[in-house]
Design a protein around this ligand. Structure first.
Ligand SMILES: Cc1ncc(COP(=O)(O)O)c(C=O)c1O
Length: 388
């Protein structure tokens, strides 16, 4: 017979070793559904929703809390919540702040599942979705009306890389008491601090650079003080539990994020500058290059560039030729979820909402990993040869 405190596999190291109890440099991965109370009175408090702690696994245990606190510090927020994926952080944030009759202003360059959620789900609940230009600034005032609830931005967009004028947008949004949200996955909080610029909520696909190893899905939303209570109430209601093992991996990723991002940035600039000088390339779309239409905004607001950018060819190649090129690459792998150590390529005739100067052209997007940039350039060089 086991008594209530005799839990199989659980050892009270404090009793066994006192001050010399086993400590590791990293936090434990705490997983579980049942949270134990020391006293029945605590359980009573929990039953009355007055317990000043975590009383159930779906509220997030110590590993999630450690990750959320680290993110909150990096983003200069009031509170952060981890979600099972980046898209889950996005959809939950949109759900938390909209109701029937509201209008959402959605930037044209957002991650396409974000737009699909807005159209397929929010519209079903009578939320109006209005698209706004990807390089928008103060002109956003022409879209704001008394139904506008929130503005959703992604800067730069993760396919077409336009940058929005955050300060000008925030100024108009605040005048009209409209909530602003920004997907900050490209820059991470190391290269852009949206809340410092007046954005209310910033979102990370932690899956990307923060994790950095392409082996987990995780998201995080960080909220300023004004919207923290409303968001916390939503989070505590939906109990959308992020896996503690994934939060542990993300915490580990955070510890090397700065050195990895600097390496991604350096190699990406080297590859982008080489492409920029190549005769078969029409445009290299990289916010850190002077030729980028919003390069000045990038310089003003961002402290660096990550490793994701795109380019177009001068000539219009057939899909078959593009397939030959992509298949000939020996280092660049073919895959969508970017931000990891391995360099990746996608290529497609890109079509997105709103007008776009490169509409219909093959857009080749590169996620520059941690390989040597000279090897990446050699790989592209030999790939271009098959284009003839
Ligand atoms: C800009 C951006 N935001 C969000 C997401 C979604 O992230 P996740 O894959 O973690 O759901 C992605 C995924 O590619 C993305 O590119």
């Amino acid at each position: 017979m086991t008594k209530k405190n005799d839990i199989v596999g659980w050892i009270d190291y404090t009793q066994k070793y006192g001050d010399r109890k086993i400590r590791t440099i990293n936090p434990d991965v705490q997983s579980g559904s049942t949270v134990l109370f020391n006293h029945f009175e605590d359980m009573q408090l929990a039953m009355d929703h007055n317990y000043p702690g975590v009383d159930y696994g779906t509220h997030g245990l110590s590993t999630q809390k450690a990750f959320e606190e680290a993110m909150c510090k990096l983003e200069n927020g009031h509170i952060s919540y981890a979600f099972p994926s980046g898209i889950s952080a996005i959809t939950n944030t949109l759900m938390a702040f909209t109701k029937s009759g509201d209008e959402v202003l959605l930037c044209d360059n957002v991650y396409s599942p974000t737009a699909s959620f807005c159209h397929n789900i929010l519209e079903k609940y009578n939320v109006k979705i209005t698209h706004i230009e990807s390089n928008i600034g103060a002109e956003i005032r022409h879209y704001i009306n008394d139904k506008t609830k929130l503005i959703f931005l992604e800067s730069p967009g993760s396919n077409t890389f336009e940058i929005q004028d955050i300060s000008a947008i925030v100024k108009e949004a605040k005048k009209a008491n409209v909530l602003s949200i920004l997907d900050n996955s490209w820059a991470t909080p190391l290269f852009l601090k949206p809340l410092d610029l007046g954005i209310d909520i910033t979102i990370q696909s932690v899956t990307k650079y923060i994790c950095g190893h392409s082996d987990i899905l995780l998201g995080c939303a960080t909220v300023n003080q004004k919207y923290a209570d409303e968001f916390s109430k939503y989070f505590e209601t939906v109990e959308n539990y992020a896996n503690p093992q994934d939060c542990y991996q993300a915490l580990r990723g955070l510890r090397s994020l700065k050195v990895r991002l600097e390496a991604h940035q350096k190699s990406a600039f080297e590859v982008a500058r080489w492409l920029d000088k190549n005769d078969i390339i029409e445009t290299v779309i990289h916010p850190g290059l002077e030729s980028h239409p919003q390069h000045d905004l990038w310089k003003r607001d961002f402290s660096g560039a990550s490793g994701l950018f795109a380019f177009t060819f001068k000539k219009s190649y057939s899909d078959e030729k593009i397939a030959l090129f992509a298949n000939s690459l020996e280092i660049f792998a073919l895959g969508f979820s970017w931000g990891g150590y391995k360099s990746l390529l996608t290529a497609r005739p890109y079509k997105r909402d709103g007008e776009w100067v490169h509409d219909g052209k093959h857009l080749v997007r590169l996620s520059i990993g941690l390989e040597d940039s000279s090897e990446l350039i050699e790989d592209l060089k030999q790939g271009f040869r098959v284009l003839g």
